[in-house]
Design a protein around this ligand. Structure first.
Ligand code: COA
Length: 258
């Protein structure tokens, strides 16, 4: 397992920490692989009653590693990609998932929250989905789950404009449960995870299964993934990745729509 994903099992709560703070916890293929393995194995482990997701440093995660997006777009991606396995593991998890989010949750950092069961936000949390900024499309079944959760017009605006959503609004719109002071985040999330861990685990798992149509979610992920691959190969996306590498704003006006 990569050291950039840390796990710790205490009192039935498996804490999964994204630990790549120097790169703002951007997620690499290797990290997706470790996350997928952890969530898959947790389903079979009777000692694990709750999963708790958190990020080290001043940000939950900057989302997918943009350098890896660019490598895939250039045909130099890894031979085995783990992101879909991670997303399927999230969709299929019957173990309850708590998330503790501080700072920015970018891209998959926000869309993974739609698969969590209890979300605590620090005061400084910001949810951002810049898929369209990068000329891509949303993933993690968020194109289905987000409009369902917050309504079409709000979801369209979040996706299309890629502007951050603050913590209070995220709670008001039903994306998260509560906001707390930054320095109380981990303690708050841990407390809730422990409370859930004390509940009857079999009942919770059966309830969660009834609440979510995992088959529908995986099918939506497959449709998104097909569109995502097409967009990754587009001239628009190439301009977006080049602009990121050159630390400038992309200029989409010189690229004709495809
Ligand atoms: N992929 C790869 N590297 C990333 C990254 C990402 N998604 N996000 C941040 N990093 C790297 C930066 O390149 C920088 O590396 P360097 O120190 O080698 O130059 C380092 O992490 C610190 O990032 P920086 O941009 O200096 O931090 P910041 O606090 O000014 O801004 C963000 C933080 C998250 C707002 C900004 O980094 C960002 O917008 N990242 C891209 C997010 C994104 O588009 N993700 C894809 C979603 S689909």
């Amino acid at each position: 397992m990569t050291s950039e994903i840390r796990v710790d099992l205490t009192g039935g709560v498996l804490t999964i920490t994204i630990a790549r703070a120097d790169k703002k916890n951007a997620l690499t293929n290797e990290m997706y692989g470790a996350l997928a393995d952890t969530i898959e194995q947790a389903q079979q482990d009777r000692h694990i009653r709750v999963l708790l997701l958190q990020g080290d440093g001043d940000i939950f995660t900057a989302g997918n590693d943009v350098g890896e997006f660019a490598a895939i777009a250039a045909g130099n991606g890894p031979s085995e990609r783990h992101v879909q396995r991670f997303l399927r593991a999230l969709a299929n998890s019957t173990v309850p998932i708590v998330a503790a989010v501080n700072g920015k949750a970018v891209g998959i950092g926000t869309t993974m929250l739609l698969h969590c069961d209890y979300v605590v936000l620090a005061q400084d949390a910001q949810l951002i989905m810049p898929f369209v900024n990068l000329a891509l499309v949303p993933e993690a079944a968020s194109s289905y789950l987000l409009p369902l959760r917050i309504g079409h017009v709000r979801a369209f605006e979040m996706f299309a404009m890629g502007e951050p959503l603050d913590a209070q609004t995220a709670v008001a719109w039903g994306i998260a449960n509560k906001v707390c002071a930054n320095d109380q985040l981990r303690a708050n999330a841990r407390l809730m995870a422990e409370k859930i861990a004390a509940r009857p685990a079999g009942s919770l798992r059966a309830m969660k299964k009834l609440m979510r149509d995992a088959e529908k979610l995986v099918s939506q992920m497959n449709s998104e993934s097909a569109r995502f691959e097409e967009r990754l190969a587009s001239a628009e996306a190439k301009e977006a990745f080049l602009a990121f590498a050159e630390k400038r704003k992309p200029d989409f006006t010189k690229v004709a729509p495809q």
